[in-house]
Ligand binder design. Structure first.
Ligand code: FES
Length: 334
């Protein structure tokens, strides 16, 4: 079999698909070869086995413990990748995966005490790591705070209960914005709440995964509480479908010869801005991993959440990954 993309050389057959919540499914894959990965890492998946549409998903299984390689996918209403994987793919189909990627893994950030923070589908790498830690580092003290909308949105609910019962060193706290259901704490995460769950938070490795907005809040709280930056780790990839952080203010994006100008919201990604104005841009993974959306900004104010495929010289010259570049002020592209 020929891989659809050189980035995704690993064919895996779908063994089974199970629904976790109303909008999350787990695909269990049979891997015919050795597939090396660390708990918490992710893989790119070739969507519809095409060369130019790749999406990043966490490997929710745990190496050495899980029977299958598993992907847990939240269906996004407009998500071409998540809709295909959760609604069209069937057992027996073959998916093509990249090698495992990313540094959001407890293996790369060893500690004997963790505070794991997750919101929504961000719990998938956290489960992968917790399952692995209790089996391989049983002396480890792990506190997990998991933000959900309602009890029905808890992914891996039964497994969490079994793991916490069997391994008292793993403590899970569920928290919901608005709920009167038993088993759920009401409210938002705050500095006092983090201190209550983990009074020794500055001694712990903190790992957070959720929406960009959620992680910004968590990072601010952890900084406020004195967690050293070297002990704070967050999942770095986001999809443009999750661009909820764009503001009502707008900026000017200037492009090409002859120069054209477009108004785009402050905070939107360069990729979202280009696509909104139907400007040609290649974007295979939309996750700051494949490098296909490399673009040069000659002047402007922006931040980046991934420069994974760029060299220091390219970054110096103004190259960015459009999917991982947030426009903060007027900008001009080469
Ligand atoms: S689309 Fe892959 S890095 Fe941007």
């Amino acid at each position: 079999m020929t891989p659809p993309s050189p980035l995704c050389p690993n064919p895996m057959q779908v063994h089974s698909i199970q629904q976790e919540t109303a909008d999350v499914w787990t695909l269990n894959l049979i891997n015919p070869d050795v597939y090396l990965y660390q708990p918490g890492q992710f893989a790119l998946v070739s969507i519809r086995n095409s060369e130019d549409t790749l999406r990043a998903y966490t490997l929710s299984s745990s190496p050495g413990l899980s029977r299958f390689i598993s992907l847990s996918v939240r269906r996004l209403p407009e998500g071409s990748g998540s809709n295909w994987l959760t609604q069209e793919v069937k057992p027996g189909d073959v998916l093509w995966l990249s090698d495992a990627q990313g540094d959001f893994s407890c293996v790369q950030h060893p500690s004997d005490r963790y505070l794991m923070l997750a919101a929504g589908c961000g719990v998938t790498p956290i489960m992968s790591m917790c399952r692995w830690l209790v089996a391989n580092r049983p002396q480890c003290d792990i506190r997990v705070i998991y933000n959900v909308r309602t009890l029905a949105d808890v992914i891996f609910a039964d497994e969490w209960q079994d793991l916490c019962t069997a391994h008292p060193q793993l403590q899970l706290t569920l928290i919901a914005k608005q709920s009167t259901q038993s088993g759920l704490l009401n409210g938002r995460i705050s500095a006092p709440f983090l201190q209550q769950v983990a009074p020794d938070i500055t001694e712990r490795v903190v790992m957070a995964c959720g929406s960009e907005l959620y992680m910004q809040q968590i990072e601010q709280l952890c900084t406020q509480l004195g967690v050293p930056a070297s002990r704070f780790h967050k999942e770095q990839f986001h999809t443009s479908a999750e661009q909820s952080d764009a503001s009502n203010e707008s900026l000017t994006l200037r492009i090409g010869q002859p120069l054209r100008e477009f108004r785009v919201p402050v905070g939107s990604t360069l990729l979202a801005a280009l696509e909104a104005h139907k400007l040609p841009v290649l974007a295979a993974c939309r996750a700051g991993v494949c490098g296909s959306c490399k673009t040069r900004i000659v002047a402007g104010h922006y931040t980046t959440s991934s420069t994974m495929t760029l060299t220091p010289a390219e970054i110096e010259q103004g190259y960015v990954l459009a999917c991982s570049c947030q426009l903060q002020g007027d900008a001009t592209l080469a």
